[in-house]
Design a protein around this ligand. Structure first.
Ligand code: GUN
Length: 293
């Protein structure tokens, strides 16, 4: 069994990006600039955004954090999005999700200029991704592809089961694994809360990508010998033994599943750090105007 070290791969990618930024600056180019909008004080979102800002520093990017309280009006938030769209210095930006219930996430996403949508959530980027055109690919699925690539994990002709159908992970992940290129070329099945026979589907899978947000959902009796397991789950479970008061729990029952696998990602330290590396890579592409002029 090989443990997929997302933390190490992410650190390596950030080094590669930092080297490229240094080269751009040496040649008189512009420092890439990522902005993030954070609404409210959700613990997970605070942590993710802080990690994104820190990663910008490591890579030599400029970063801007714009904060609003949870009671901000939708219009005020949309205005902030429009301002970032118009700000020529900002190459790309994100609005951290989830947003408070009174704000339409879809409206916010559709207000972002798709050319600055480094999260790859805008329908133009989602659509272009689906038909294999150059675009910003959402960070978590793209980070998983990068792990598969860097660990030389074979995907062509393999049976891949994606657990979960979210717009952020499950749907794009399934699209990418079925695309006509490598990593990809897999036979993909998507399972979700209304699927029947999830256990049988998983048992026949060469690759399982678990993105349900249900701690310990994938157990050893659902996994075939030699399978590749990618765990996207990051549920905060109360844990009095931790200083933070919680630990992160994946969707996979790691201890019993790991011995059966050829490759597996841990939680934390697997997919999570790759999401940030992918976001930075998209921002670098935005800075270089490599996808959209
Ligand atoms: N919330 C959970 N994951 C993400 C992400 O990749 N981007 C944004 N903007 N919000 C998130």
């Amino acid at each position: 069994m090989t443990l997929i070290d997302g933390k190490a791969v992410s650190a390596q990618i950030k080094e590669e990006i930092a080297a490229e930024v240094a080269e751009i600056l040496k040649n008189g180019g512009k420092r890439p600039h990522l902005a993030a909008i954070l609404v409210g004080h959700d613990g997970g979102s605070e942590t993710y955004v802080a990690s994104k800002i820190k990663a910008c520093e490591i890579c030599g990017f400029k970063s801007t954090l714009i904060r609003f309280e949870a009671d901000v009006t939708e219009e005020k938030l949309l205005d902030a999005v429009r301002q970032l769209n118009a700000d020529a210095d900002v190459d790309g930006f994100i609005v951290q999700l989830p947003l408070p219930k009174h704000i339409s996430e879809q409206k916010v996403i559709e207000t972002i200029d798709y050319r600055k949508d480094v999260d790859g959530f805008h329908p133009i980027n989602v659509g272009r991704m689906a038909i294999g055109l150059p675009c910003y690919i959402s960070a978590t699925p793209n980070g998983i592809l990068e792990l598969l690539k860097r660990y030389n994990i074979e995907t062509s002709g393999k049976k891949c089961v994606v657990l979960g159908r979210s717009n952020i992970v499950g749907k794009p992940m399934a699209q990418l694994m079925m695309q006509k290129r490598v990593p990809g070329d897999a036979t993909v099945t998507v399972c979700h809360s209304h699927s029947k026979n999830i256990k049988e589907e998983c048992l026949s899978a060469d690759i399982i990508i678990a993105a349900l947000g249900q701690p310990n959902f994938v157990t050893a009796d659902m996994v075939k010998e030699g399978a590749v397991i990618i765990d996207v789950g990051t549920t905060r479970v109360p844990d009095p033994t931790k200083k933070s008061g919680f630990h992160l729990n994946g969707d996979v029952k790691f201890d019993e599943v790991a011995p059966k696998c050829s490759f597996i990602t841990p939680v934390p330290g697997g997919v999570g750090p790759m999401t940030i590396a992918s976001l930075l890579n998209n921002t670098l592409l935005a800075g270089k105007k490599e996808i959209y002029k």
